[in-house]
Design a protein around this ligand. Structure first.
Ligand SMILES: [Ca+2]
Length: 381
């Protein structure tokens, strides 16, 4: 069939129209994402070193004042890297009632501030009692490259296949802070009597601090869905990361007794039901699936908050203003390069340690996953 001149013109006009429309839509998209800067690897102000590989979901890392690196594998082992060498024998491998199922298992790890004297290691793990799944935080004691269970600090934190939280950190006040998930039962996050969907605060011996916001309760803040990251700035601003339900991932500034809204609100939503704290920043329609978070107070990224992304498969950095309560710029790094990132932690020397989580059942592990990655400040920066 012959296409007449008019037909050709119509086609050309259509092409021009759709091209213009495409450019317009593309610009709209760029406007929406302009706050995010690109990620050419050459600009990374750190050198990259893989310090351990062929691991199974290294969930959390803690570094002693001597520079020994302690980390958990979700399957139940606490392991050590000493002078750059991974020790073949774990310090401890948990057995029953410990379980590693779904998102649960051996998660957070923290060393006592007086670790070199008392050799106390704190870990959070999932366990089974009867038909119930719970999480607990226990104190281990290390002796001669072995660790043993010394004391249960808090137990019966509701657990489930999903949403076990899992991060533990000693705060600047010397108390132990614990991020717990809603254990797939969202209402628990608003229940002040439940330890699910909370940030908890206990003494390092397991007792309840006198100055907690609720009398005789470990609850420090409530209304959390599945927080997996805790960190503080040197000024004492307390940040926590939290998984949203389909996008709306959050970074919150945590204040004692405050309610962070789940499941009543997400992101910047408002409610008349209760007074809720809005996030410092949220991911909107994007999915970060944030786990570890670290405030960086030295090196090239000084003054930034770093967020390890699982589904997002990247490291997101937030430039903060001087008071630390406003985000000025967001950048993404290492996009897709190492897959799912679980932990991010700053070392004394300014290095930043990341872990991958590609063997957690939701990733595409390569032959050397999982890994611990060290970012070393470039001397030129
Ligand atoms: Ca919230």
């Amino acid at each position: 069939m012959k296409v007449g001149d008019n037909g050709v013109k119509k086609v050309i006009v259509s092409i021009l129209f759709y091209n213009a429309l495409f450019q317009f839509i593309k610009q709209l998209g760029e406007t929406n994402t302009r706050r995010f800067k690109g990620d050419p690897l050459r600009q990374l102000p750190y050198d990259i070193e893989i310090i351990a590989e062929n691991l199974y979901v290294p969930w959390a890392v803690a570094i002693s004042n001597e520079g020994r690196i302690y980390f958990t594998e979700r399957s139940g082992s606490v392991r050590v890297i000493e002078n750059g060498m991974l020790l073949t024998q774990p310090l401890i491998t948990f057995g029953p009632p410990f379980i590693s199922t779904g998102e649960g298992g051996l998660m957070g790890i923290e060393l006592d501030p007086d670790f070199l004297q008392n050799h106390y290691i704190y870990v959070m793990h999932t366990y089974r009692e009867g038909n119930q799944i719970y999480n607990r935080v226990v104190r281990l004691i290390e002796q001669g490259n072995k660790a043993s269970l010394d004391r249960v600090l808090i137990d019966k934190i509701p657990g489930a296949q999903i949403h076990n939280g899992g991060r533990i950190k000693v705060g600047p006040d010397g108390k132990l802070y614990i991020a717990t998930g809603d254990a797939a039962d969202p209402q628990l996050a608003q229940d002040p009597l439940s330890t699910a969907g909370k940030i908890l605060r206990i003494e390092r011996d397991g007792s309840i601090p006198d100055d907690n916001p609720f009398l005789n309760s470990p609850v420090y803040s409530l209304g959390h869905r599945n927080p997996q990251g805790l960190t503080w700035s040197p000024e004492g601003v307390f940040y926590a990361s939290e998984h949203g339900a389909r996008a709306y991932d959050e970074v919150n500034i945590i204040m004692p007794g405050a309610n962070y809204g789940w499941p009543l609100v997400q992101g910047d939503e408002e409610t008349d039901a209760v007074e809720v704290q809005k996030p410092l920043v949220h991911s909107g329609q994007e999915t970060w699936a944030p786990a570890g978070i670290a405030y960086i107070d030295k090196g090239p990224w000084r003054g930034r908050l770093l967020l390890a992304n699982l589904r997002g498969e990247q490291l997101v950095t937030f430039d903060l203003d001087e008071t630390g309560d406003e985000v000025q710029q967001i950048e993404r790094w290492l996009q897709g390069r190492y897959g799912r990132l679980r932990e991010v932690i700053l070392a004394e020397d300014g290095s930043i340690y990341l872990t991958t989580s590609n063997q957690d059942g939701r990733g595409r592990p390569d032959r050397t996953d999982d890994k611990i990655i060290r970012l070393i400040p470039r001397s030129s920066s």
